[in-house]
Design a protein around this ligand. Sequence first.
Ligand SMILES: [Zn+2]
Length: 286
Amino acid sequence: MHSKLSVAAAILAAALACGCGAATRPADPPADASGTASAASGAVVPAGSQSSPGNSAPSPSPPAPPLAGRVIGIDPGHNGGNFSDPGYIDQLIWNGRASETCDTTGTEAASGFTEASFNFDVATDLRADLIAAGATVVMTRQDNTGVGPCVTTRAQIINSAHADVAIDIHADGGPTWGRGFTVLEPVADGPNDAVISSSAQFGADVRAALLQDTSMPKSNYDGVDGLISRDDLAGLNLTTVPKVIVECGNMPNATDAGLLVSGAFQQGLARAFTAAIMVFLLGQPG
Ligand SMILES: [Zn+2]
């Protein structure tokens, strides 16, 4: 039932098992040129040196973790301090097609649990999972107490980091009867032209992972089959890296809210996103 996670686990297992050939080259000379020259000339080396003759086998390097060298962008939507500074978040910015506000406060559950908190909680879990898998993670905000940054700046932070893929984490404020997640994908507008198809692929990976690895259903009130194209959001209009926005559930709905406030469910979302990122970046079948 957790086939996506199983794929990710299989990739990890394969990486751990392969050893990447290091163990098959115990007699290789040191790659460093001076070390090779030293050994070839019979120069005196300090006792106990790793490069002394007869003890020249290099220590096998541990296998690289699966996301080593990859850069992942995470944008936890809104910010906990946005409520306190409407003058800042209401300023108009250009989202690539039209004017919109710098940011909003986001929605909240009936209990008062805010979307900003939810977004940051999931982002923090996801960051930990990705770092454990070897990735470099760039987040657009570092806490849930500040204001902003504007959605344009968030896009720029991830673009400037040249992320291999990015995910914007949100929860929706839909009708109280509505349930489920929606994956929002970009529409070509110039700046994002080069990442439309890759973002759609990533969106499909995210959708599949959410369906297989979490109990959140596809939205029954937004999009089609859990997906929707949006041309009115800076985060998608301005992106130059493959990116989707995920509305992880509908906070005004009591059933969804019961899941979204759960730390265990948030961690499950992070694991699903990690699995989707690994499928997307490592070329495994979706
Ligand atoms: Zn939001």
